[in-house]
Design a protein around this ligand. Structure first.
Ligand code: HEM
Length: 537
């Protein structure tokens, strides 16, 4: 076990139970001599209600399942550590990004998005890449994906999007595939999805291994330094093994042969000491440059081209220990974009704002009430003291007479901050000026849905383009309604005429009228950009 995990590991050890070799008991600690035969009235008689061992055993079994995640249900996780190369104190007050001597423990969960818990690993889908940093200032979660952009711009559309991607409601078909009418109907009706669909039809959607996958925070976040100065930031994880994908033919065979292909690969690599490693990169944008781009930094369907803002590599993460128990750790881990530490803050990206509501809300039901931060994998290593009380699954015995603040009877938890004059380590929200009328209307700066889709296509090599066209043909080939296919092809004409023509021909449809793919908003900097820098091997 590497020393980076020590702090978290010591905490986890306190909650570990090793039952192997111990004598069988009930949950009440009463020893049991027979767990094969229920208590009955005579050898061939009925089972007796008073058989508390039988009832407890069956009840516990009946209640084993909790709801799977509403998205990202299938995943695999591991522990490890993060270490910084250079201090970022100029940009952030987060001490794990300032102190290069720290080894911050982490837990990472990789996932597919659409499939259920029992679905196959190697489907065409986005992969989740969620990292929990157990920092000395509290937990920080970077809840990202393996693609740098997203399907929608505003989180209010997330339920519509997920309902379109998930199996259709009447027959639960198809599992974990984007090859169906509802998904492509959403695509043809929502042009903002076009850039992400290009990524989804590319080989990025079929990663060879979690160890060979990039990760992206997707949104523009904000770093805030000790003086309160903000800097926009995009987060990137770069796998030291390089970015590698499967090819479609392999995918089809692997799904039948080994549906656990990706999770097995991660588990076995860690067991044999081939610890996967990623470097953390940042794209930093000074606040005053916020409006210097031909797209909106708050629009999660856009990358910041690396030619415009290079990625600065600032640290590395190593995963070096498998969990002891899948359910307790990988299934019960709870990531949340709103878990931030001093020095990291949000922007007004409407997708991020929605996420900041959604994760806590869903975890309240998924993990049985408000006390899930007490589950060992979710506990911060930073001390937790407050007046939150009670609720389902309360595991902590709070001592003392009072649970309110301020209070004059027992002192309670004195507030740090302005009242006490003690501001050390306090989370201070970035003081962004906000004013405007209440409106339900997207900013026109979010209007260009095609330029970066075109950039992506232009950055692909010949064989990468061929794979993309084949992916469109496979997926759209499963769509029943002809008008949906026609509309999708029409959208592709806004991306690239040749792409649209190849897809149309492959589907046996006439080539669409080609729109000139200069969408009126492409800057010189953007037009030279090449979205995916790493080649996909
Ligand atoms: C789960 C990423 C957008 C709601 C997840 C997970 C990841 C992720 C990685 C799995 C976490 C885990 O391993 O436990 C992203 C990214 C997004 C995005 C990168 C866009 C940039 C959204 C939006 C919403 C949302 C817009 C809702 C408004 C959820 C929910 C879960 C989830 C409810 C399940 C959480 C749980 O049950 O613990 N997301 N997501 N996501 N996401 Fe997102």
């Amino acid at each position: 076990m590497a020393d980076g995990n020590d702090e978290k590991q010591r905490q986890l050890d306190r909650y570990r139970v090793d039952s192997e070799g111990s004598r069988l008991t009930t949950d009440q600690g009463v020893r049991v001599d027979d767990t094969d035969n229920s208590l009955s009235a005579g050898e061939r008689g009925p089972t007796l209600l008073e058989d508390f061992h039988f009832r407890e055993k069956i009840t516990r079994f009946d209640h084993e399942r909790i709801p799977e995640r509403v998205v990202h249900a299938r995943g695999a996780g591991a522990y490890g550590y993060f270490q910084l190369y250079e201090s970022l104190a100029e940009f952030t007050a987060a001490d794990f990004l300032c102190d290069t001597s720290l080894r911050t423990p982490v837990f990472v969960r990789f996932s597919t998005v659409a499939g259920s818990r029992g679905s196959a690993d190697t489907v065409r889908d986005v992969r989740g890449f969620a990292t929990k940093f157990y920092t000395r200032q509290g937990n920080y979660d970077l809840v990202g994906n393996n693609m740098p952009v997203f399907f929608i711009q505003d989180g209010i559309k997330f339920p519509d999007f997920v309902h379109a991607v998930k199996p259709e409601p009447h027959n639960e078909i198809p599992q974990a595939q984007s090859a169906h009418d509802t998904f492509w109907d959403f695509v043809q009706l929502q042009p903002e999805i076009t850039h992400m669909v290009m990524w989804l039809m590319s080989d990025r959607a079929i990663p060879r291994s979690f160890r060979m996958m990039q990760g992206f925070g997707v949104h523009t976040f904000r770093l805030v330094n000790a003086d309160g100065r903000g800097t926009f930031v995009k987060f990137h994880w770069r796998p030291v093994l390089g970015t590698h994908s499967l090819v479609w033919d392999e995918v089809l065979r692997i799904q039948g042969n080994d549906p656990d292909f990706n999770r097995r690969d991660l588990w076995e690599a860690i067991e044999r000491g081939a610890f996967p490693e990623w470097e953390l990169g940042l794209q930093l944008v000074p606040e005053e440059d916020e409006h210097g781009f031909d797209f909106d930094l708050l629009d999660a369907t856009k990358i910041i081209p690396e030619e415009t803002v290079p990625v600065r590599v600032v640290g590395r993460m190593v995963l070096d220990r498998n969990p002891d128990n899948f359910f307790a750790e990988t299934e019960q881990v709870a990531f949340h974009t709103a878990n931030v530490v001093p020095g990291i803050d949000f922007t007004n990206d409407p997708l991020l704002q929605a996420r900041n509501f959604s994760y806590l809300d869903t975890q309240l039901i998924r993990l049985g009430g408000p006390n899930f931060a007490q589950i060992p994998v979710n506990r911060p290593v930073a001390p937790v003291h407050n007046d939150q009380r009670d609720g389902y699954n309360q595991r902590i015995v709070h001592r003392g007479r009072t649970s309110y603040a301020p209070n004059s009877i027992s002192g309670g938890c004195p507030m740090s901050g302005v009242l006490s004059g003690d501001m050390e380590g306090v989370y201070r929200h970035y003081q962004e000026r906000v004013d405007g009328a209440k409106i339900r209307k997207r900013s026109p700066s979010f209007d260009d849905h095609y330029s970066q889709a075109t950039l992506f296509w232009n950055s692909m090599s010949g064989w990468e383009r061929r794979h993309i066209v084949e992916a469109f043909l496979f997926e759209l080939g499963h769509v029943e309604r002809r008008y949906i296919k026609e509309q999708v092809v029409q959208r592709l004409a806004n991306v690239d005429g040749d792409l649209a023509r190849q897809v149309a021909e492959g589907l046996g449809m006439p080539a669409p009228a080609v729109t000139t793919p200069n969408h009126g908003r492409t800057s010189p900097a953007l037009s030279q950009a090449n979205a995916p820098r790493d080649s996909i091997a």
